[in-house]
Ligand binder design. Structure first.
Ligand SMILES: [Zn+2]
Length: 296
């Protein structure tokens, strides 16, 4: 296998801090919010683990978290990792009107600029939620890639703008844009598998069970998806606890021994886009572009 055919591995971290409990869970409960504070405890041990295995990662950071823990976010960046936009306070963009959604993007950008002096090329929506206008706004704001959607497993694709649907007529595909999607999946995310949320999410799976699932998906990708992309979405407040850290270390060893190429999402997105011009990609992906659909 040549180097260009290797499977790329993006070990991504969503450093939500308190923001996910405030924005997504809408909590006023200090105990619940303290679960996010544990993310700050976990960051140094995660950074040390990544250093030991020479893994560069992508960290999605809400503006709210960047202000709460500027030193940690600066350390993440200084140690060579990529910083990705992750909203303002982990809100669902669909809960806002257009001016409100713009404000969330602006506040996130402003915080990352102030704390680490970067304007990220990538975006990951909090809880992977989009409004119907999110794609257009990400393009207008100049993002190169997004990592929030699930239309593929181990290959990127181009997002469409202007899809329309109702229950009375055929699906109307919009136009393919230049915005690269690096897909995600709930089964490759530690939160639903491991994080207990009373009445909402059972979580607390044995790390050995999670390890088996993730290793199996990696094996499939490696065997079937040359030059593809295997993305894990991890949360410091979840993966950073005891046994799960040991499991993550075993996985990094396994990926390493099985020829994975660790890289950050921005580098992969740039390389993939250069190798897959939109018009060429549309020709060989008529289902993903919507070109083959019967028009209503
Ligand atoms: Zn998040």
């Amino acid at each position: 296998m040549t180097d260009s055919e290797k499977l790329s591995c993006c070990i991504t971290f969503d450093f939500d801090g308190m923001s996910s409990w405030i924005g997504s869970a809408k909590s006023r409960n200090p105990s619940m919010i303290s679960r996010g504070q544990f993310g700050a405890v976990a960051i140094p041990r995660i950074l040390d683990l990544l250093d030991r295995y020479m893994v560069r990662s992508s960290f999605a950071v809400p503006g709210h978290t960047a202000y709460a823990y500027p030193g940690l976010v600066q350390d993440i960046f200084a140690r060579g990792h990529e910083i990705v936009h992750h909203g303002w306070v982990h809100e669902n963009p669909a809960d806002f009107d257009e001016a409100g959604e713009r404000n969330l993007l602006d506040q996130g950008l402003e915080a990352l600029q102030k704390v680490v002096g970067v304007r990220p090329s990538g975006y990951r929506s909090p809880a992977w939620d989009f409004s119907e206008r999110t794609v257009d706004l990400l393009i207008e704001y100049g993002f190169d890639y997004d990592s929030s959607c699930m239309g593929h497993d181990f290959y990127p694709y181009y997002l469409r703008s202007g899809d329309e649907w109702d229950t009375d007529s055929a699906y109307r595909f919009g136009s393919v844009t230049e915005l690269v999607e690096l897909p995600v999946y709930w089964g490759l995310d530690d939160f639903p598998l491991s994080e207990f949320v009373m009445g909402l999410n059972e979580g607390l799976k044995a790390p050995s069970a999670v390890e088996e699932m993730w290793r199996g998906d990696f094996d499939f990708a490696k065997q079937n998806c040359p030059a593809g992309l295997f993305t894990l979405t991890l949360h410091p407040q979840t993966i950073g606890r005891g046994n799960r850290m040991l499991m993550l270390e075993r996985l990094l060893q396994y990926f390493n021994e099985h020829g994975a190429k660790f890289e950050v999402m921005g580098d992969y997105a740039q390389r993939w886009k250069a190798a897959n011009p939109v018009e060429d990609w549309k020709l060989v992906n008529p289902e993903l572009s919507g070109e083959s659909a019967i028009k209503p």
